[in-house]
Design a protein around this ligand. Structure first.
Ligand SMILES: Cc1cc2nc3c(=O)[nH]c(=O)nc-3n(C[C@H](O)[C@H](O)[C@H](O)COP(=O)(O)OP(=O)(O)OC[C@H]3O[C@@H](n4cnc5c(N)ncnc54)[C@H](O)[C@@H]3O)c2cc1C
Length: 458
């Protein structure tokens, strides 16, 4: 053990390796319900070369490696299930290039959402990236590689679809470049080469360590506004999503359903964010949105609510803070959600099943859905808050999450960023040849089985 500690110290320096019990305690858990698992070391590399050296050492000594960004995924994916090294990427946080013409940013994988947002605001105010509603210390790498979504997802889809290319340290230590950057000095696209990015997206850090990523940027319009369509009929929601997104006006469409405050109970609030270059364009877009759902307004089964000016600001900011505030509603900082990726027509069923599960387990809930693309699918989230100091509260949330994962699969959805037990549930439903292919890919890429073992295993 001492030998490994010394070797890691030689690679990254004394300050950036730890096996002290206090630090291992912190890195053994997240805010969610998964039980703590202790790593043996926490290491913070500062360059691709340092990551490579750590990977070579891990191969030699057969030590597991768990890549970690902000550690905010909530489903325990950055716990070291078989011990080993947690590779905390937060020091690799440089913003390397912004290409204004081809609208992309090249960053190190540990650059945070907040850093890129602040950098663009200061140096390239005409551009923005799609921001998830997670706390700003969530990293670009951690989010893109789990198929995240955010405030430009109605316009641009999943964040993984906004990935132009990446640099990755393979489990055997070689550095590979994926996308146009493999051939060109520009990181403009994943086309037209064979798309190898899929080898690293959605794999929960089991196929390599991303060190650099290029992501798409979008125009940061001079004016922005928000409208909230309200209905009590969840069956209407899919058609409302389609009508609104079909106008191609919204940048983001987010449905929110919660039993508190009391006036919200039973309501589906469909929050639509959009931008414009001029005030005239903004008014025109507002009218286009109204006309798209005119049928429901005329039938008096739904309509846009007036948003008090003092409330508007919180709906216009990115990240939106309401979910983060809900996360600590029970105090004690326990929070986890099943984010199920589903076809939008399952909205009403998902909503009703969620309420049934939450009520049976007596958990504090908040539900919502983010529309991906022009109604192409949604990320339906069933969020449960609990008090970490209360064992029975944690158990109830755990049960509710397990059942929600099962219900999502049964309906035809797929749990996103699934906990290790939920990954097994997914594998149970998966075409066996697909899972065989996944295993084959992993054994080719990672012959010593060092990358995040315990994930995507039957
Ligand atoms: C209040 C709240 C709101 C949220 N809202 C959203 C939202 O709107 N949209 C959304 O998408 N998510 C949301 N999340 C979920 C989550 O916080 C984000 O997806 C977050 O961006 C994950 O990034 P991270 O850096 O914390 O990743 P981590 O948790 O550190 O890692 C996530 C996964 O990626 C792997 N990984 C991390 N870095 C690398 C790397 N460099 N190479 C290879 N693998 C790597 C890890 O092993 C792990 O499997 C929310 C979370 C909270 C707490």
């Amino acid at each position: 053990m001492e030998d490994i500690h010394d070797k890691l110290t030689d690679i990254v320096g004394k300050q950036y390796v730890s096996n002290s019990p206090e630090e291992l305690f912190i890195y053994s858990r997240d805010m969610g319900t998964m039980e703590p698992r202790y790593p043996d070391y926490v290491v913070m590399p500062n360059s691709t070369e340092e990551v490579q050296k750590i990977v070579f050492l891990a191969n030699e000594k057969r030590i597991p490696i768990v890549p970690m960004g902000g550690g905010l995924v909530l489903s325990g994916l950055t716990r070291a299930l078989s011990g080993g090294i947690i590779l905390d990427m937060k020091r690799m946080n440089r913003i390397l290039e912004v290409n204004e013409s081809s609208r992309y940013a090249l960053v190190e994988a540990g650059a945070s959402q907040g850093m890129l947002q602040a950098y663009l605001k200061k140096h390239h105010p005409s551009l923005k990236h799609s921001i998830p509603d997670s706390p700003p210390i969530a990293t670009i790498g951690g989010n893109v590689l789990i198929h995240g979504s955010g405030h430009l997802s109605a316009a641009g889809g999943f964040h993984s679809e906004m990935l132009n290319g990446l640099e990755v340290v393979l489990p055997t230590g070689e550095v590979a470049r994926i996308g146009s950057c493999a051939t060109s000095p520009y990181w403009f696209s994943r086309s037209p080469l064979p798309d190898l990015a899929g080898l690293f997206i959605g794999w929960a850090g089991t196929t390599g360590i991303a060190t650099k990523l290029a992501i798409k940027l979008y125009p940061n319009k001079k004016f922005s506004d928000v409208r909230i369509f309200v209905t009590e009929a969840p069956e209407l929601a899919p058609d409302v999503f389609n009508r609104l997104s079909g106008t191609q006006v919204p940048e983001d469409i987010l449905a929110a359903m919660a039993p508190k405050p009391e006036w919200m109970e039973g309501l589906q609030m469909i929050i639509v964010n959009y931008g414009a270059e001029t005030k005239r364009e903004l008014i025109l877009k507002r009218d286009i949105l109204t006309e798209s759902v005119r049928k429901y307004i005329d039938e008096k089964v739904g309509g846009f609510m007036t948003i008090p000016t003092e409330m508007k600001g919180r709906f216009l900011e990115a990240p939106q803070k309401s979910l983060a505030q809900f996360a600590d509603v029970k105090k004690g900082g326990g929070f986890e959600y099943v984010g199920a990726i589903m076809p939008i027509e399952l909205f009403a069923e998902a909503y009703r099943k969620g309420i049934d599960i939450a009520e049976r387990h007596e958990v504090t809930y908040s539900f919502g859905a983010r529309i991906i693309g022009l109604g192409h699918c949604m990320m339906f989230f069933f969020a449960y808050a609990f008090n970490r100091a209360d064992e029975s509260d944690i158990k109830s949330a755990q049960k509710a999450l397990e059942e929600t994962n099962a219900a999502a699969l049964e309906m035809g959805g797929i749990p996103w960023k699934a906990e290790a037990p939920a990954q097994k549930q997914i594998i149970g439903k998966m075409d066996p040849n697909t899972f065989e292919l996944m295993k084959r890919i992993r054994s080719v890429l990672d012959p010593k089985g060092i990358m995040n073992p315990g994930n995507w295993e039957a």
